[in-house]
Design a protein around this ligand. Structure first.
Ligand code: CA
Length: 237
């Protein structure tokens, strides 16, 4: 098997070198960039298996690079890990719903970074290899997995990749309670470092999109102290 390729966009040379050294030691091929423009330019030549994007960059920032990658059909399936300097940026990353697959707050340990990279790559290769039903439907909600689209009553609902995966996981297991830890592991792939708050934040966004009244959810039920369940008895309202 050929080495998986990672593009690292980071303007601080020490961090760039540290990330490169550790990922190369873990068996990946790493290309480094000091700004987003040069990384995007390189994408015209060859595409990586994963991007690691710092947010604060000279020129266009990491959020803008992420947006551009997710807008382009050639690159929108490539996973992205964002590096954030402050934990306050965490909410910004989530809030902007850019579709980044993961984020790491600086300063981070290289062990954590490598674990996150492995988890994201393992998850995306598994996604590409496991056969699953193309269309999942319940009540007014329909998921078209091959097109990555969600419809409510026939109307397309815009979703981020994570919201889509969360809804799909819940619907595939409808009637069963999934714990926050299970959802975190299956969707975010955090084996050891997860924050279950991430799940709650995404459930909130998801409810705003699919529930008639997000404060009185019909489809996605909270099972107090345990997790979430897609209500298999939810009828069209
Ligand atoms: Ca920076």
């Amino acid at each position: 098997m050929s080495k998986e390729v990672i593009y690292v966009v980071e303007d601080e040379v020490n961090i760039q070198k540290l990330v490169q050294y550790n990922l190369e030691s873990a068996g990946y091929k790493v290309l480094t960039f000091f700004d987003g423009e040069s990384a995007l330019e390189e994408c015209k030549e060859a595409l990586p298996d994963l991007f690691i994007l710092d947010i604060m960059l000279p020129g266009i920032d990491g959020l803008e690079v992420c947006r551009k990658l997710k807008e382009n059909p050639k690159t929108n399936n490539i996973p992205i890990i964002m590096l954030t300097a402050k934990s306050e940026e965490f909410d910004r990353v989530l809030g902007l719903e850019l579709g980044a697959d993961d984020y790491i707050v600086k300063p981070f340990s290289v062990i954590e970074l490598t674990a996150r990279v492995k988890a994201v790559l393992r998850r995306t290769s598994r996604e590409n290899n496991t056969p699953q039903p193309d269309v999942i439907q319940h009540g007014q909600i329909t998921i078209d997995d091959t097109r990555r689209e969600v419809y409510k009553n026939g109307t397309l609902i815009e979703m981020t990749l994570k919201e889509f995966e969360l809804l799909k996981m819940l619907m595939l297991n409808k009637g069963r309670v999934l714990t926050r830890e299970t959802l975190l592991e299956k969707i975010w792939g955090y084996d050891y470092f997860g924050e279950t708050r991430t799940v709650d934040v995404h459930i909130r966004y998801l409810r705003q999109k699919i529930e008639d009244d997000p404060n009185r959810p019909v489809y996605i039920e909270t099972v107090r102290g345990v997790g979430y369940r897609f209500n298999d008895k939810a009828e069209s309202v």
